[in-house]
Design a protein around this ligand. Sequence first.
Ligand code: ATP
Ligand code: MG
Length: 397
Amino acid sequence: MSRITPPKYVKHIMITLQARGHAVCLVGGCVRDMILGVQPQDWDICTSALPEQVMDIFPQSRPTGLQHGTVTVIENAKSVEVTTFRSESSYTDHRHPDSVSFVGDLTADLSRRDFTMNAIAVHTDGLVSDPFGGMDDIKNKLIRCVGDPEKRFEEDALRMFRAIRFSARLDFAIEPATRAAIIRKAPLAAALAAERVRDETEKILLTKRPELVFDLIRAGLLDRYLLCRLSDDALLRRISALPRKALPRWAALCRILQQSGCISSPTDFLLSLRLDSRTIRCCADCAVLLEQAPPGSSVEWKRLLSRKGVDTVTCAAQCRDALYGGESQKALKAVLKSGECFSMKHLAVTGDDLLALGIHGRQLGEMLRFLLDYVMEYPENNKRELLLSLAKYSEES
Ligand code: ATP
Ligand code: MG
């Protein structure tokens, strides 16, 4: 175990529960991360105390998932999830247990967890319960289901995505029987809510190994959203050159899938995965921009920026450089750094100035557009008096 230990507020909750006679331990991702020497993102406490008992002991707590036995305890303004040891029944919908029951037994609780590395508990005295060999699997960098993998994926098909996500994030291999079960049970993924598939796919895209989206595709986990499976991951590997941000990584994925005929358009694909409208618009615009040659001059860059906005143009430049090489980002940065005007906001005259000249309605919009086009070509002339004279002159002629 590494030297990472739980913070004081977590220890305090554990010791308080223990003092009341309840079994208590840390479990799940925080234990895995401690063993790996990675700072855990959150601390999950598991206990034999029933949710009502936890709430009695900690008046500052909220019942955040009572049906799963989870109470959020607030300690020192920090919140920690405290969950009662539980076991789960059958899973008719391949995602949620039909019912859960609280058990006094830690091993029963650990056996319902997805992977051996996530089924290790650490007690207040530092002793470890590891009934499924999770420590060895972590040492060998292996993701292995607790129990029979096919059965576990039948219970909850999302676990197949979690296996690939953890392998991308931790750089672990998936143990052969677990991987074989993913291939066999992949059709069950079609029944998962699109939002869950979106979240897991995005988390993989945001790791250091975004190309493992190919594992999802190859296994058939995304079949419901694709016209065909991608044949290789050569281009997907280039996604890691992109900033670890959702927008450029989704845009690059869409481009690769569209080019290979796996999706008809980014819009259809992302709509089916319930992405937000901003991401859909940006990815659709990027796809169009990537079809065209990149701008060849600063004036062309500014025209593009004025039509599509900084975010979309930046995203397309990032994707172009990462997927096909080139220096689009460098050229774009130079234009942005120049401070030259490419939007009405930075034009030296406003709509009010033009109104004062007697220009109204549609003509006003057209005049602003005309002045912006002019200034994009002659940036040194973005001066109020000069533009007002030009407006007056154009109005008269
Ligand atoms: P992360 O660092 O991404 O949060 P995590 O392991 O903490 O990783 P959570 O989704 O926060 O993942 O879940 C906490 C724990 O609950 C897991 O470590 C695992 O023991 C258990 N768990 C979560 N989801 C599932 C699932 N679908 N099936 C079985 N056990 C699960
Ligand atoms: Mg977690």
